[in-house]
Unconditional design. Structure first.
Length: 135
């Protein structure tokens, strides 16, 4: 559950602001692929098996404003799914996020622990390295 909370935090603190600030051209047909449906199904199964039980931070405070636990889990699921879709390419960014989320599996789920990763992601974005394909 800590892994999925970390991925949801990445979406909340990086992917959504990136979409707002840089407004990339989004073609919906690129997202409706078999691979994305497969990721969505696997992610849904894992969210059902390992729900988030306890966490702290701004994201959790925002989620506490929602009326039901089901809505909170659905929002966390869609945040994680959006982050997975954003970083699906196997490149240096994918491996940085994967290793950080692996470390977060052993840590207390608190979104302030995401700050070093967010600094790295924004630095890579500023240097135009974030979406570079590996050669």
């Amino acid at each position: 559950s800590n892994f999925f909370f970390s991925v949801s935090c990445i979406c909340f603190y990086f992917v959504i602001p990136e979409l707002i600030l840089f407004r990339p051209r989004i073609i919906l047909s690129n997202f409706l692929t078999l691979k994305n449906y497969f990721f969505a199904g696997i992610l849904l199964m894992l969210f059902i098996l390992f729900p988030l039980t306890e966490a702290q931070g701004i994201l959790i405070r925002f989620l506490q404003l929602l009326p039901s636990e089901l809505i909170k889990l659905i929002l966390l699921y869609f945040l994680a799914l959006l982050a997975f879709i954003r970083f699906y390419r196997i490149n240096i960014t994918f491996w940085i996020i994967f290793m950080h989320c692996g470390l977060m599996m052993k840590a207390y789920p608190w979104d302030k622990y995401m700050l070093p990763l967010l600094v790295v992601l924004w630095f890579l974005k500023s240097r135009k390295i974030l979406d570079r394909k590996t050669s």
